[in-house]
Design a protein around this ligand. Structure first.
Ligand SMILES: [Zn+2]
Length: 361
């Protein structure tokens, strides 16, 4: 069932949207009683002429909340003792604009600092949102029931559709960082959505490859990769009627899985009811396998790759990329010289062996 959606404004004008599983929950009747300063100005984008990439410079993010105690969690519902970001006393799934955004759609800097003739600058237009998966501070995505995963997917689809329609938005990216090892600054189970004003470097590289492949074969690159993995089977971890999870043959990370729908769709809004329902059980199974690898919660990044909103949209193929930096019980993979300076990954774990270990759990 589609969740009930109610949108309100926080005291500083930011938008907050409740996605409730039971109709008539009435969350919008709770005003935000805090006094907050206006949101900081939009970041600045600078173009790196050497790599042809845009870099966001967002100095204000240095002041963001860092690992607060649980009774001062900004993502828990508001209580009598603490007014959080969420004014209601409870919620199912809630989305709101980030107080410390990397990109913002409401504020235009009066003037952009010019750098040099070689480095064009532009305002960091776009939007950054926070997605709370549950009001339970001590839970985790992997502990949610499938019905809640469905509500999260519906919320992400809603946000993708709305943010994609903004004229300044080139790409919408929902993701979750889990674990302090990844750099999480709030323990409460949550994800984020970045609506970028530019196509990201990773997506730009995919589009170049997908365009070449289409011109040569007339087919979608990702669809062909998925079909080849389904046929090879050796790297497939799990699957159901609508989705297949596999370790990419050239995985960059020690443990990395792609979860892709069998039907080519550009983004989350294009998924059918049946596809949305089938996602949760398989994804929860994957997270269980991840946590089972070393018998403790696995730090991970879970990243939705969606089609761009402009040129090249038809080349997109929705998929989720789930990966961890943990390569052994007490070892993390750090992006050191080769990866950080050259963008050249060296993976210590053979993808076929990673798939086998994940299947065996
Ligand atoms: Zn919390």
């Amino acid at each position: 069932m589609t969740p009930t959606r109610s949108a309100v404004r926080l005291c500083d004008g930011r938008e907050l949207i409740y996605f409730d599983e039971a109709p008539g929950s009435g969350r919008s009747g709770h005003p935000d009683t805090r006094e907050l300063p206006p949101p900081p100005p939009a970041s600045q984008l600078r173009h790196d002429p050497l790599t042809d990439e845009w870099i966001a410079i967002a100095a204000h993010r240095n002041t963001r909340t860092f690992l607060p105690p649980s009774d001062a969690c900004p993502l828990c519902p508001t209580t009598e003792r603490f007014a959080s970001e969420i004014p209601a006393p409870s919620y199912d799934v809630v989305v709101f604009e980030n107080q410390f955004p990397s990109f913002s759609d409401r504020i235009v800097p009066d003037e952009l600092t010019q750098v040099t003739d070689m480095v064009p600058v532009r305002p960091g237009h776009g939007r950054c949102e926070v997605v709370c998966f549950t009001s339970d501070h001590d839970s985790a995505f992997g502990s949610l029931p499938p019905t809640r995963v469905r509500t999260v997917i519906d919320a992400l689809a809603d946000r993708t559709a709305e943010l994609s329609a903004l004229p300044e938005v080139a790409q919408v990216f929902p993701f979750e960082n889990r674990g302090v090892e990844i750099g999480v600054t709030l323990h409460h189970p949550h994800g984020q959505i970045y609506a970028y004003p530019t196509v990201t470097p990773k997506t730009a590289a995919y589009l170049r490859a997908a365009k070449r492949h289409f011109e040569k074969t007339g087919r979608n690159l990702y669809a062909d990769v998925l079909a080849a993995e389904q046929e090879a089977k050796v790297r497939v971890v799990a699957s159901n009627e609508h989705w297949t999870a596999y370790v990419p043959a050239a995985a960059r990370w020690p443990f990395e899985v792609h979860l892709a729908p069998h039907r080519q769709v550009p983004d989350l809004p294009a998924l059918t009811d049946a596809e949305r329902d089938a996602f949760g059980p398989l994804y929860l199974d994957l997270l269980r396998r991840f946590d089972g690898l070393f018998g403790k919660p696995m730090p991970y990044i879970s990243a939705w790759h969606q089609a761009v909103t402009g040129e090249g949209r038809e080349l997109g193929y929705l998929h989720l990329q789930l990966f961890s930096i943990r390569r052994a019980a007490d070892k993390l993979k750090f992006l050191a010289g080769s990866e950080s300076a050259m963008g050249a990954f060296v993976n210590d774990i053979v993808p076929e062996a990673a798939a086998q270990r994940l299947r065996d759990i």
